[in-house]
Design a protein around this ligand. Sequence first.
Ligand SMILES: [Cu+2]
Length: 257
Amino acid sequence: MFRSPRFLFASALAILLGACAGTPTNEAKKEEAPPPATPAAPAGDGVVAGRILFAGAKPVMKPLSAMDANPQCLTQHGGKPPLAEEVVVNADGTLKNVFVYVKAGLPEKQWPTPSTRVKLDQVKCVYMPHVLGLMAGQELEIANSDPVNHNIHPIPMENREWNESQPPQGDAKVKTFAKPELKIPFKCNVHPWMRAYVNVVSHPFFAVTGDDGKFEIKGLPPGEYTIEAVHEKYEAQEIKIKVDGKTPAPADFTFKG
Ligand SMILES: [Cu+2]
């Protein structure tokens, strides 16, 4: 095939430029490589595990009857308002929605903030979950899965108060809390029965009990700790435990009704 002198010149120039550009190209490739994994730096192998037990008469939670006045929400519950979640005693006699965290004993340091988002949703005009925990600076993603407008309104004492509406199935809001603070009430200015409690701590060592009342806090350096269990209604309780990094340190709590 005939090639013009102009083509040959262009080809030679391209090769020359390619050779000159070789080094930067390689460097660029290096930069594109994923950065080395930086796991959330487990500080140790220590584990605290326990259950939150409930003793005494099981309180009977009342229906959120204020919902009766709001057909949009009520129809989502088949015309019958759901029960309040102030005290939720599980079928096995344990207590749900207890925030458990390391109150004292951790080394003084800046713990890495988890890159995972904690999620709060509004489903059938109720906050889900009712209680959650996150670290100061960790992102809280708030969704509205409902076909109705909500107005999220956390009322903290230490952190900044805000108050924002969120349209039906609107874009998620991403928020952070700068300072540790327990039991920040989340209200909704549209629906007065809506309530969630957000617990913010300065480290990643916390858990919230679910339907089995159990909790587990992992990654602790060996040491002596004060573990606190915080419930929306009852007075907080503390236990002192020793973590050795070999066997989980038991920490059971009993709340009395
Ligand atoms: Cu609402």
